[in-house]
Structure formats: C-alpha cells, structure tokens
Write a protein that binds this ligand. Sequence first.
Ligand SMILES: Nc1ncnc2c1ncn2[C@@H]1O[C@H](COP(=O)(O)OP(=O)(O)OP(=O)(O)O)[C@@H](O)[C@H]1O
Length: 517
Amino acid sequence: MAKPFIEMRDIVKCFPGVIANQQVNLDIYAGEIHALLGENGSGKSTLMSILAGLYKPDAGGITVNGVEKKFSSPRDAIASGIGMVHQHFKLVNPFTVTENITLGEQNGSLLLPADKLKAKITSFSAKYGLEVNPDAIVGHLSVGEKQRVEILRMLYQGSRVLIMDEPTAVLTPQETSDLFSNLRKMADDGCAVVFITHKLNEIMELADRVTVLRGGKVTGTLLREQLNSRELVRLMVGRDVASQYARETVGQGNVVLSLEKVHAWNDMGRPGLRGISLTIREGEILGLAGVAGNGQRELAEIITGLRRVAKGQVRLHEETVTNLPPAAIISRGVSYVPEDRLGMGLVPDLNAIENLLLKSYQQPEYSGRWLLNSQAIEEKAVRLIKQYQIKLASLNQPVKLLSGGNLQRMLLAREISDHPRLMIVVYPARGLDVGATEAVHKLLLDLKASRTAILLISEDLEEILKLADRVGVLFNGQLVGDFPVDQADIDKIGMLMAGSPGAVDSENLAFRNFCQP
Ligand SMILES: Nc1ncnc2c1ncn2[C@@H]1O[C@H](COP(=O)(O)OP(=O)(O)OP(=O)(O)O)[C@@H](O)[C@H]1O
C-alpha cells in the first residue's frame, strides 16, 4: 500500500478545562476522500485546525510526504500543500472573484497580466467543474458560488490536501450534489479531500474512508466497504440512537397562530412572502419544508416582529399583532430559535450566564430596584446548564467558543425556559451530530407535549416527517402544500419544493400593487 501523504501522530491539544485532542493518529492518502465524523465537541475542527496551521499541537507531530513539519501559521500549511475551507467563508465581499483568489498572494502571481490570471483560474474551474465568473463581485454570489471561490483559492495556492469543514451545512441539495462531483474530480486527480460532517448519508455517498472521533480520541477508522450507518453511530456516540419517535396524537387545541394572506418584502426589495395563510394550534408542530431562500427567514421575521408585514394579518390567540415590535411579541409568549445562532440568537462575546438570562434578567426575581440579583441569576443559569446538558469549560467563557451543539442547546434552554405559547425554530439540527440532534428533537417533542404550538422550519425532510403533525412547503414565498404528515411523502414534498407546475403563479403582479408605497 502507498505511504500516506499526511501522517498526524499522537496529537494532543488542550484548551482551558478541555482536552480537545488526546493522542490522535490520522493518515491521509493522496486521491482519497476522507470523512471525519464525530459528535459536537469531539475535536474534529481542532484536529483540522492543527493540520491547517491555525493551532499548534501541545504534543505530537505531522509529516507531509514523509518529511516532519512544524506549522506556525496557515501560510506554512499552504506551503506544504494543505488548505482549509472554513464554514464561515473568509472572502472580501466588495472584491472580485479573481481579487479574492489572489489575495495575499506571495509568489508574484499578482504581477501576471490580468488575462493570464483569469485564464489560470478558469483552467482550474474547468478541470474540477468549479464554475464561477472570475470578474463577478463576491458579495453578489450565492453561497455555493462563494464556496467554489474558496476552493479555487486553495487550489490556486497549490493545495493538494483540501480540508472542508462541514461543507454542505449551508448548501441546497443541488449545490451539494455539484460539490460532491467536484470533490470526486479533485480526488481522481490525486488531491486528498478531508471533509468534516455529521451527516451519515453524505459519508455513505462520498467517503472512501472515515475516521470517527469521540471525546477527543479516535474510536475507529473504516474503509468504504466496511461502512454501515449503525456502526458509525455507535463509534460516534458509544450507543444506539433512536431513529423514530412515538408520535403523540394531537388534540384539536385552540388556534395559537394564524396568518391571513400575509405579504412582505425581502432584503432585496422583492416579494419575499406572497399571500401566506396558515394556522398552528396548541400542541401541534407545523413543519415547513423548502429550499433555503424561499421565504423561510421572512416568515419567521414577520411573526416575531423583526420584519414589516406589507399586507395581511398576523394573529396570536385571536389578537391581531401585525407589525407589533419584537418586545410586544415576546411578551405574548413567542420564542424564536433563529437560523443564525451566533449572529442573532446569542451574543458571541457574552458568557453563558449573560446569554441564558438575556430575556429574563428584568423579571423581579432577578433584578431589584437598582441592582441585579446576581446570585439568583447565576443559580438559574447553572440550573439550565445542568438540565440541558450544556458542556462548558467555565461559566465566564464567551459563548463563541462553544461547539455548535452546545450553542443550540443554550439557545433552546433560554427560549424553552420562558414556557412559550408559540415557538418558532429554524433549521434546529443544522450542523449537529446525531446525538445532539436527538437531544434537540426530544426537547421540541417535550415542548409540544406541554401544549406549545411549534413552527418548525427545516431543510431536512426526514426531520420534518419525524416531528411534524402537519407539513407545508414554502416555494417562492408561497405556501404550496399543507397536509397532515400521514398524507405526506418525500417525493410529493420534493416536487413541491422544486416548484412543480401549477403550484405557483410566477408573476403575482397583484402583490406589487398591494405593496407599492
Ligand atoms: N479556542 C477554544 N478555546 C477553548 N475551548 C475550545 C476552543 N476550540 C475548541 N474548544 C473546545 O474543544 C473541544 C473540541 O472542540 P471542536 O470544535 O474541535 O469540536 P468539533 O468536533 O469540531 O465540534 P462541532 O462539530 O460542534 O464543530 C470542545 O469542548 C470545545 O468547546
């Protein structure tokens, strides 16, 4: 067998209070797609950040092509042919694709005439199917295109090992399938691809080998022919995980939320919601499927008061609340777990106590006339941390250092502890491993059992079919289906998500007339 291109040996990395990597060994071969699987906080990103030169290991070593290397910066790793594409892209929006790809270039390529530079980029694009216009302004590109620019940037700088940190978390199904075929082309060309994922189906589809981490240690490395989902889950969480839940029958409770022919503009000044009507009752989960960008964000925001309704009505418990400010909506028992956990849901630089009490610190039990009751506040935070099993190195750590699963638990802990009458939750399991997903799903089902009405917006059809009582589909700002879950099937929903003919009126000129100022 050929020698590995990369060997990571006995890697140890500690953070205050946490051993993120404990004696980890990992081999990466040229021409393979190697998946790195593990629960939230199992140490995957840390290990890859060491390989990409972002962190220095406390112990252990790395060899590239048999030569021992010590990386002090990502530049060193890139010089050894190792590049990482992060979940949050590191691109400069006002610059063009070409400018972004050559940014920070050290080898003099900037001196190449612009047409030669473009030709070089275009040849990479063509070779691996990474289509993108070299003159486009990056800020105008879709998420999938931005990711292609990041990959091109790494290839342009000479990367032969491409590390992708949860590359599909922000992609549509079509973009995901394009990405997979592009990654395969790179591997066939002799590059090594390491991709971090929580999604077992992606591993089954794409990986040549999988290394599983748990609690900072490797629990196993499996070859493609040895792969089976159950074994992977067991290596990852150390036990079997429920794949189905007993579905509680829903009573015909009172209507909590009703929308009547709601229209709203999106951020681009275009119709974002186009005549949406729906209701959700007590103890009911309405699951809304749809490809991201079809009105999901606008819908959550008009209910929570973060976006103006241009026409139509929003009612909570029969009371009209259209265009009331967010504080008035919160005070009526509405909780919101947004898509963007760190940008909108939590304050990254504040600690766990501050984030957990952000909405309730003004309540009399936590604040006296002049001063906050810091003991009561801390006690409540500690109680929530324990109850929701949030793993923290310290109470004073800024929450931006937490893993995705712990962030989501913290957000849910805060929102659920307010005993909401309506919960809006957007992509709840995005970026979470199976164990954390199971925990989040259980929290939502417990909430439903306590009669909360839940609007679940998700791109994961299996999640919707597993949790929801009713299923709707958002397409092009319209609700193009609303049926009981037992009448829903994946093909039918998939057709609606893709905008099956007749479902949508494409022009909807009447909307413009309603909404023009
Ligand atoms: N910069 C940091 N400072 C302190 N602790 C950190 C830091 N980076 C990671 N950790 C901790 O190290 C552990 C491993 O985290 P890491 O991000 O590597 O896990 P992961 O498997 O990539 O998780 P996820 O799937 O949620 O991204 C976690 O307990 C995390 O909280």
